[in-house]
Design a protein. Structure first.
Length: 77
């Protein structure tokens, strides 16, 4: 699903860190070593259809590497 984030991500919450992440080996192999964290938050997004919705987002992030594999987990309104 294609989407564009159009507001600041709010309500940040850490779901897992390091070895607690299921895909940690794939992340390290694909993007390199780092302190990987799985995070979630909410933001306004623009969907491919042009509609604007509030969504719960999940992604992986490491210092010096940035956000990777961002996805919409669910639409909130």
């Amino acid at each position: 699903m294609y989407f564009e984030i159009i507001s600041e991500i709010q309500n940040l919450e850490t779901l897992a860190v390091g070895g607690k992440i299921r895909d940690i080996m794939r992340l390290r192999k694909q993007y390199g070593p780092g302190r990987w964290r799985k995070l979630k938050g909410t933001a306004e997004v623009r969907l491919q259809s042009g509609r604007q919705r509030t969504a719960e987002l999940h992604w992986y992030e490491a210092h010096g590497i940035g956000r990777k594999k961002m996805k919409i987990k669910r639409l909130l309104d």
